[in-house]
Design a binder for this molecule. Structure first.
Ligand code: SF4
Length: 232
């Protein structure tokens, strides 16, 4: 069965706690770079939480917008990679082949959402943090671009389990680390190819919108507008 993986982000629920960022770091072997490198804008996070302010002091309110890779159907990053290191996989996701990447960073420059990050170093994990590295995916080397994969290792595992049990993947079998961790349940992941999935139902909400829709990138990450206030 062909899948159309997508993520819905309910801005009414996001409280900006950052748990999704921490969970993503732990799941995907993302290094902590420290203050100096962060000051040079060399952050390695695969998901960030943008903060904006609405209104004027003293009524000003913070508004949060989690930003993973948008997994664009028509991805501008793929068009400019000279070595096809970034490509559309069989599920329509925007995937990376790390050992093909030669580090031109053209893809990052062409991403309108600024969600691709570059390995400036061979990062080290101090003991005992090296013992929590996940064996399900590689640690990327210096000179290689990386980004959110919708936790592709979890998608693979769910497919393998379903195949072993002789069935199709069920709704809820795949939950990326960020969605699994989000305390108020702001992130929902699922298959739009399944007409009965929760995400298919959720995305009928009239609050739905996609970032920079006018660019025609057709993101697979869909937001639900704020209406009631954070943490609703
Ligand atoms: S974990 Fe959930 S509530 Fe916290 S910042 Fe991420 S999306 Fe928002």
């Amino acid at each position: 069965m062909k899948h159309t993986w997508a993520m819905a982000i309910d801005l009414d629920r996001c409280t900006g706690c950052g748990a999704c960022v921490v969970a993503c770091n732990a799941e995907n072997n993302i290094p902590t770079i420290g203050e100096t490198e962060a000051g040079k804008n060399r952050l390695m996070h695969w998901i960030r939480v943008n903060r904006y302010w609405e209104g004027e002091f003293p009524e000003a309110q913070a508004v949060y917008l989690p930003m993973p890779c948008m997994q664009c159907e028509r991805a501008p990053c793929e068009l400019v990679c000279p070595v096809y290191a970034t490509y559309h996989n069989e599920d329509g996701l925007n995937a990376m082949v790390y050992n093909r990447c030669i580090g031109t960073r053209y893809c990052a420059n062409n991403c309108p959402y600024s969600v691709r990050v570059f390995n400036w170093y061979d990062y080290k994990w101090e003991k005992p943090l090296d013992e929590q590295l996940s064996p399900d995916l590689t640690v990327r080397s210096r000179g290689v671009m990386e980004k959110c994969t919708f936790c592709i290792q979890r998608i693979r595992r769910a497919k393998e389990t379903a195949a072993e049990e002789g069935r199709e993947i069920r709704d809820g079998d795949v939950v990326p680390a960020c969605a699994q961790t989000c305390p108020p349940g702001a992130l929902l992941f699922g298959d739009l190819a399944d007409p009965h999935s929760e995400i298919t139902r959720k995305l009928k909400d009239p609050r739905r919108f996609r970032l920079m829709e006018h660019l025609g990138t057709e993101p697979r990450v869909v937001y639900l507008k704020r209406q009631k206030g954070a943490g609703r």
